[in-house]
Design a protein around this ligand. Sequence first.
Ligand code: EPZ
Length: 423
Amino acid sequence: MDKIVIEGSYPLRGEIRISGAKNSAIKLMAVPLLTDRPVTLTNMPRLRDTRSMGGLLEHLGLSVEQDGDSTLKLHAPDLAGTEAPYDLVRKMRASFNVLGPILAREGQARVSLPGGCAIGARPVDLHLKALEALGAKIELEQGYVIASAKGGLKGAEISFPFVSVGATEHAMLAAVLAKGETVLMNAAREPEIVDLADCLNAMGAKITGAGRSEVRIEGVASLSGTTHSVVPDRIEAGTYALAAATAGGSVRLTNVRHDHLGALWPLIAQAGARVSLDDDSVLIERGTGRPNPVDIDTSAYPGFPTDLQAQFMALVGLADGTSIIRENIFENRFMHCPELIRMGADITVRGREAIVRGVPEYVGAPVMATDLRASASLVNAGLAARGETHISRVYHLDRGFEHIEVKLGNCGAHIRRMPDEEG
Ligand code: EPZ
C-alpha cells in the first residue's frame, strides 16, 4: 500500500486543470445499461471508483474500452446477466445504482445491498421505495435486493421525504424507460443530476426540471447512443481552492464550473483569500497572515457541500479565532478531526458540531486517511504544516482524486507517493 509524504510550508503557485466529476462519472457509467447503442463518455476522470464501476459493467456483459486518457466507450448490445454481486458492489456504494437500469431493461435484477460505510449508515430505503412506486416488486434476501417488474415499470409520483442525491438519480435512471409520466418531488438539485439528465436527454429521454426540486420524466420506449462530456468536478475544484487558501500562494484552477460552487467562494473570501472568477477558471490567492474564522453549515445543493466540510475545517483550523462547523448530511463525518488534532489542531466534536479553535500552525505528523474527503483535508493541512506529514491508506484518495500528487507537485508542493512499509 502507498502513502503520501508532504513536506509542508511551501506556498502553492501554478495552474491545476480540474478533471471530470467522479460523482457524475460513476452514475453516467450506468446509462449504457439502458440502451443497446454505444455511449461514449469524454472528460472522464481515471479513478479507482471508475475502475470499480467498469469491472461491474464488464461483469454485466458491457464492453468497456478506454480510449486515450479521458474517453471511455461503453456498449451493451445485450446484457450477460442481471446480477451485481456483493464483491463488486461493496467496493463502491454508487454501483448499487445499476439496479434500476437493469430492472428497466430486463424486467428483473438481483443486486447486493451496499451496506454502511465509514461516514454513516447510508441506507438505501429511498431508492427502494422509488422503485416500488414505479411498480417494481422488491424482496430482500441474504443481503441482496431481488427486484422484478414483469410488465415493465410504470410512471408514478414520487415524493422524497428528504433530499437524496443517489435516490433522485436512481429514480431518474429507472423512470426514463417506464410507461407514462414520473414526477419526482423534493428531488436533489446537484449539478451531477443535471449532467445525468443532459446525457439521457441527448439519447432521446424526456426529462424536464433537472436541477430543480420537481423533475418530470416522460417515459420513452428506447434510448439511442450518445457522446457526452462529464461535468467538471466541483469537489475537486473546491478542494484545490481550499488547498491554496490553506497553504497560501496563488493557484489558477481551469476547466471549472464556478457557478457550481456558489456557496464556497464567499466563505473562502471571508476566510481571507482573494477569489477571482473568470469564464471557466478561478484564481485563488492568499498571502501571509492567519485566516479569519468562518462558521459553516453543510446542506444539500445549492448549500455548502458536505464533501468540502473536512477541507474547509483544515483551513479554519489555522484561523485567528474560533469557527463552528455543523455537518447536517452524514452522522459520522468528523473522522478527520482526530487526525487534524494529531497535527496540532484544537477541535472539539459535539454531536453534529465541531468547535474549531484556530491554532497558529500545524506540525507534520503520521496520520491516517479514513475516507476520501477526510484524506483530502489531511493533504491540505500537510501542505501548510511545518515539517513532514505522512498520510497512510492513500487508496481512499485514489478513489476520487486524479493524479493528486502530480497536480499539487506542479504548483510547487513538496509531495510524493511512496510505498508504506507499515500499511
Ligand atoms: C452522494 O451520496 C455522493 N456520492 C456523496 O459523495 C455526497 O456526500 C452525498 O451525495 C451528498 O451530497 C456519490 O454521488 C457517489 P444522499 P449519496 O443519498 O447519494 C440518507 C464522496 O465523498 N439516505 O444524498 O449516497 C443518507 O444516509 C461521497 O464523493 C437515506 O437515509 O447521498 C444521508 O444521510 C461521500 N436513505 C442523506 O440521506 C436513502 O435511501 C443524504 O444522502 C438514501 C440516503
